[in-house]
Design a protein around this ligand. Sequence first.
Ligand code: 0GY
Length: 302
Amino acid sequence: MSSVAQTGPDPDYMPYLEAPSAPAFVAPEGAVDAHCHVFGPADKFPFSPRRKYTPVDAAAETLFALRDHLGLSRNVIVQATCHGSDNAAMLDAIARSDGRARGVAVVDADVSAAELRALHEGGVRGVRFNFLKRLVGNAPKDDYVRIAELVADLGWHIVVYFESAELEELAPFITALPGTIVIDHMGRPEVGDGLNGPGFAQVLKLMESDPRFWIKVSCPERLSVAGPPYDDVVPFARHLVEHFPDRVLWGTDWPHPNMVSHMPDEGKLVDMIPKIAPTEALQRKLLIDNPMRLYWPEEVGA
Ligand code: 0GY
């Protein structure tokens, strides 16, 4: 399988696959990829000078072609650290999606109400708070509190990205945030610890104790110890889907930024869906009902 020629300034992670396989699993009509990214092109949308990695260019049209190839209908484009708080590439992609993409932004604490309103009009429905030291250093918690207050007025949700080992310490802060909170990548449990490991137990405790929390069953490629086809991650995702069927989201994480071990085949990621959501009813919630409620509420009367 070939991969994409690298473009842009010195990409320092692997390029995505140019020709991912066609999935065997046929997603229900209207399925949403609720976690993916667009990057650059760097000459038009420069990367942040403070970025911790340089991505390959990953254009909107390539994302939309992948969406169609995988049998999906919509995308939620999440702002990644390599673009900092400059959401222009994401907004450009949303504007060119014919209403089939929405976004999760990163903003600075001094963002104005007018700037937030413009982001909302551009299709943004959430803000992302990153807590990973390797990506943002020390998380600016005071800024996050101020931003959370500002976006609450717009009805946005907050996406939080952390590793489960840090959750016990972070939980008081995260649970004090207002509104709906979406956890990225299953809270990044240590898969080698098994389903009863301490980090995943913290994630489950949060999900069980506070119905404001949602979770993405995404990124098996980052979590797996065994590698493709990521069977060791399936029990974690399936547990979440079966226990919290109305609060789970799924996404490809294309173009898999900052992955250095291997590049996943998105067709195979789609083929994991029936393993983690074994019934049609669970698949519909995971792929359509839940993301539509969060990102296109006006279309579903939510
Ligand atoms: C992801 C995961 C990663 C990167 C980012 O914002 C980012 O740069 O989220 C990662 O390095 O784990 O969701 O794309």
